[in-house]
Ligand binder design. Structure first.
Ligand code: NAD
Length: 317
């Protein structure tokens, strides 16, 4: 089959670890015309872009990476997708919620600039605390709710899958898992939807080991932060955000766990929460509700209530 022509422009705001790895992954897909990488720091995005472009002859992709420093949005205009990675990461011992005030100021300003320069973009937020920053980006941009979503569920699900595969010594490709809820203490790994070679997880693993892996998944970000000592994870997180951006641009209709506006599904309304959703050119086409165990639905409702009040608070930050 002939290769599709490259098209579209995706901007990644924040050229730190998360942003730069996302930009490189997006460029290496070779499906976008342009990947723009921006930062308030002058020179860093320009230098990273030059370096990435010089990898093109070796890796064999043509997408051009453009770096824009100094906090400018000139050159980002008319982006189809914008990935927001601007903001501080955690340090060991910090919770994601400890970042809320600083990152709210950053995300608000970024979202206002996106609304001004790329009014038709789909926005994918990754800055933490994720559920609250996604809600804030929607408020500050004024974009329709389906055009603003957050990345967390893809990453948390990937961590759950990797944990199961490692525990059982099987290929990651034989394992299916799912993680919903908040990107924090009320994360809801969903063992009832997990399979290994098509068999329910409960048939191949003792309940106490499943519970151990559920806890490890909830603690997945902190486990990496504690080892790194400075900064947080970015290889798996960037893989997740880049896949979401690609699904939007290709209008793929792929169902993925994302932080989306929930309006009645699972009996929950009026909150951004980790759920499965069908992703396309307009952002979230629809939230996909599936059969969960009663305790898992209860966990999801608990997560919704935990993030609801905080999401209301961000309006004043
Ligand atoms: N959602 C997730 O699953 C997930 C996973 C990992 C990290 N994160 C979050 O992603 C964010 C970025 O992490 P990181 O490791 O890249 O951090 P980092 O410190 O390496 O990079 C952050 C970058 O943002 C830039 N920045 C700050 N204010 C800006 C602004 N107003 N405009 C443009 N750029 C600005 C900084 O100069 C810096 O280069 C953090 O908030 C982190 O907690 C989320």
């Amino acid at each position: 089959m002939a290769k599709q022509p490259r098209n579209g422009k995706v901007t990644v705001v924040g050229a730190g670890f998360y942003g730069s790895t996302t930009a490189l992954r997006l460029a290496e897909y070779d499906v976008f015309e342009t990947v723009v990488l921006t930062d308030i720091v002058e020179g860093k995005p320009e230098g990273l872009a030059l370096d990435m472009n010089q990898s093109r002859p070796i890796e064999g992709f043509e997408t051009e990476v453009v770096g824009i420093g100094g906090g400018s949005y000139e050159g980002t205009e008319g982006s189809d997708v914008v990935v927001v990675t601007a903001g501080l990461p955690r340090k060991p011992g910090m919770s994601r919620m400890d970042l809320i005030e600083t990152n709210a100021g950053i995300v608000r300003q970024v979202a206002e600039n996106i609304a001004r320069t790329s009014p038709d973009a789909v926005v994918i937020v990754v800055s933490n605390p994720l559920d609250e920053m996604t809600a804030l980006a929607q408020l500050a941009s004024g974009f329709p709710k389906q055009r603003v979503m957050g990345q967390a569920g893809m990453l948390d699900t990937a961590r759950f899958t990797d944990n199961v595969a490692e525990e059982l010594g099987v290929p990651v490709s034989s394992v299916r898992t799912l993680t919903l809820g908040s990107h924090g203490d009320t994360m809801v790994p969903v063992p009832s939807r997990c399979t290994v070679d098509g068999k329910p997880l409960s048939e191949v693993m003792a309940p106490d080991r499943v519970e151990h892996l559920v806890q490890r998944t909830r603690n997945g970000g902190a486990e990496v932060v504690a080892l790194l000592k400075t900064g947080s994870a970015y290889y798996a997180p960037s893989a997740a955000a880049a896949r979401m951006a690609r699904a939007v641009m290709e209008d793929s209709g792929t169902v993925m766990p994302v932080c989306a506006w929930v309006d009645g599904e699972y009996g929950i309304s009026g909150v951004y929460l980790g759920v499965e959703a069908e992703i396309g050119r307009e952002g979230v086409r629809r939230v996909v509700e599936s059969d969960l165990a009663e305790s898992e639905v209860a966990g999801l409702r608990e997560a919704a209530e935990a993030v609801r009040a905080k999401q209301a608070d961000v309006a004043d930050l």
